[in-house]
Design a protein around this ligand. Sequence first.
Ligand code: NAP
Length: 266
Amino acid sequence: MFTSIAGRAVLVTGGSRGIGKGIASVFARNGAKVLITGRDSDVARAAAAELDALAANPGEVSFVQADVSSREDCRRMAAIAQERLGGIDVLCANAGVFPDSRLADMTEEMLDEVLGTNLKGTVFSVQACLPALARSGRGRVILTSSITGPITGYPGWTHYGASKAGQLGFMRTAAIELAPSRITVNAVLPGNIITEGLAELGEDYAAHMAASIPLRRLGSVDDIGYAALFLATEEAGYITGQTIVVDGGQVLPETLEAIAAAEGGG
Ligand code: NAP
């Protein structure tokens, strides 16, 4: 039995939709105080209300409008977390964008957008939360990276892959720098996860993608939320600078035939 995380102060960037909302939901359902962020305040407000209705301690989920690519917004979001939650024990640096662009067509603006949110946004979020995480005495930083970049590639995502691999480079040195403050820094690497955006593409699309995953299903946002929850527990306190791949085994097969061969073997 893991020690409860009830009452811990948790900030989830990009918690208004998708994986971030799933992470926020798992923490709220386990009794944490949760602050979510996003750029669109209407979406974030609605998500906070929805999450609060599921929370073990109602009244403890709220939102703040903030753009992680802005250092000033990150400072404001950390100040609001301090004021509203009484500190920050866990930062889930999750906000990310993944617009598609082939290398040949990629403009500097496209590159800046992806690196600005996914990589600089991660650095700005962690920097802004550092004093509060250090005061916690058991601060946890949990990054949402991806299998794309650190392990795999996908056409149209050179900039995205670079940003997600970059998060891991950042993580390894940050983990060493922050260890004296008893802050751990780890990352979850999701595979293909069903979010609102993916669900809109339809069941056929999801079934086609599931065929290349050994566990034969796409991941849920809860699958990522529980990996993040584990990294936030007391019991995971000796883990730092590490990654957890949550992908149903997607990166394992050498070829699609390997999956078919497993079916044949029972
Ligand atoms: P999503 O459904 O599009 O949600 C993205 C969230 O981030 C939203 O809350 C969005 O709110 C917020 N956001 C985007 N840009 C932001 C910015 N500049 N500042 C603050 N918030 C911002 O995406 P998702 O699929 O859940 O992805 C979440 C994370 O998981 C990303 O880091 C992504 O790279 C990673 N990931 C996803 C998958 C997957 O299969 N879905 C797989 C691997 C990794 P606003 O738009 O209102 O700002």
